[in-house]
Design a protein around this ligand. Structure first.
Ligand code: BGC
Length: 413
């Protein structure tokens, strides 16, 4: 009897210990803008409703460059967070280092293999094992246009390069800043994703996915840089270093006509209570209709102390819940990471994002975003960023940019 009581007491203490440790997740992320924070809150509240508390580790900086630097320091110090917002090839790099945990049990119990598209699984799995939980799918080849400005410009959505330039000239004549831009390397690269894609699916694939030196050094690439120079002539004097969400605000407030940005920008419009088709227009970058350059935010799950693993697994499970996927992505501006989530709760742009993604996937027109780490590992991505930014800022001619692109990519490969 005494032995039984002692065993029971021990079991109770242990489970109590587990319960306490299981209650918390520490999450590193770069979701610090108004729209991003609102989406993050959906996740936080969802976990809190399941008895899991949240320790926030925000690292500001769109695209996540700064967050990745902080992460490296944390892991080197032997103090990895529970879960980390991460993009594409970065996840695989950490997996290669053996730093990530294993989500196989949850994934197989919940049938993730069947509902998460292969394009995402490529980054959620390493060596056949689940290492990350995808929370969304964003895409980068979008335009976010102020509706009143577009109406003044004749109301027609530009279908090709010439019509795009005509619209920008009209915005200039209206006395507003034609393009709301934030001069940061990842933002320049986001625009470059769309410009390169607009010169052909095949060109995008050869240049950014295959890293084919011929495509990187081609006349088409020179044309892409020339278009960047042209677009640069429509930004305001204060664009350098501006955060992307402040650029979104310029369009929201009617101070600028259009922003070229991934659909996280829509999170800012939604947060400002703006309605698609009424206050703003979302459309694909002219010449890229039907094709999608995507990136997916995933929570990479790090190897952590055993007693913290239950909370980590509970977080992964909560992220893949279809109801959560809908609630979160409606606010974030992204499409769900599962193919079985109804689009009912999404606005017109969200419905379009979901449909475009499915079509592009079906038609072989879905490509990983170079700017957001889904085409190449960080070393190559950063080499491309550097050339694109220097050209955009007039430090390189289009001719020199093409040459530098070829050599920078070769050196980084
Ligand atoms: C992420 C988005 C984020 C954006 C701006 C992208 O790389 O995928 O979730 O909103 O950066 O911070």
């Amino acid at each position: 009897m005494r032995k039984f009581l002692m065993t029971t007491a021990l079991a109770l203490t242990m489970s109590a210990g587990l319960a306490t440790a299981a209650e918390n997740v520490e999450v590193l992320h770069w979701w610090t803008s108004g729209g991003e924070a609102a989406a993050l809150d959906v996740l936080k509240k969802d976990l809190e409703s399941k008895g899991i508390s949240w320790t926030d580790m925000p690292v500001a900086g769109g695209g996540g460059t700064e967050a990745m630097t902080v992460l490296r320091a944390r892991v080197t110090a032997g103090n990895a967070p529970t879960a980390v917002q991460m993009l594409g090839f970065d996840i695989l790099d950490w997996a290669k280092e053996g730093a990530l945990g294993n989500l196989d049990d949850v994934a197989s119990k919940e049938g993730w293999d069947k509902v998460i598209p292969a394009a995402l699984q490529k980054f959620s799995k390493y060596d056949g094992h689940w290492i990350a939980a995808p929370v969304n799918v964003h895409s980068t080849n979008w335009l976010w246009i102020n509706k009143a400005a577009l109406d003044k410009a004749g109301g027609k959505e530009p279908q090709n390069w010439d019509e795009l330039v005509a619209m920008l000239d009209n915005f200039k004549a209206q006395g507003i800043t034609p393009i709301a831009a934030g001069g940061q390397p990842w933002q320049d690269a986001t625009l470059f994703d769309a410009v390169v894609l607009s010169l052909g699916d095949d060109f995008y694939k050869k240049a950014f996915i295959d890293l084919d030196p011929e495509a990187l050094g081609s006349d088409k690439m020179k044309e892409a840089f020339n278009r960047m120079t042209k677009l640069r002539s429509y930004v305001d004097d204060n664009f350098s270093g501006r955060d992307w969400n402040l650029a979104s605000a310029m369009v929201i407030e009617g101070k600028a006509g259009v922003q070229f940005m991934g659909d996280w920008a829509k999170g800012e419009f939604v947060k400002a209570k703006k309605v698609p088709g009424q206050d703003f227009v979302c459309m694909r970058f002219p010449g890229t209709q039907g094709a999608v350059t995507f990136n997916s935010d995933q929570f990479a799950m790090f190897k952590i102390a055993d007693d913290k693993v239950p909370a980590q697994l509970a977080m992964a499970s909560a992220i893949e819940n279809p109801t959560f996927q809908s609630a979160f992505n409606v606010v974030k501006g992204s499409a769900p990471a599962r193919t079985d989530v109804p689009d009912t709760a999404f606005d017109a742009c969200g419905k379009k994002a979901i449909a475009d993604l499915a079509d592009a996937d079906k038609n072989g027109r879905l490509f990983g975003s170079m700017a957001h780490g889904h085409a190449n590992p960080a070393a190559v991505k950063n080499a491309i960023y550097d050339v694109v930014t220097r050209e955009f800022n007039g430090e390189l001619s289009a001719d020199d940019a093409v040459k530098e692109l070829v050599s920078a990519v070769a050196a980084a490969k």
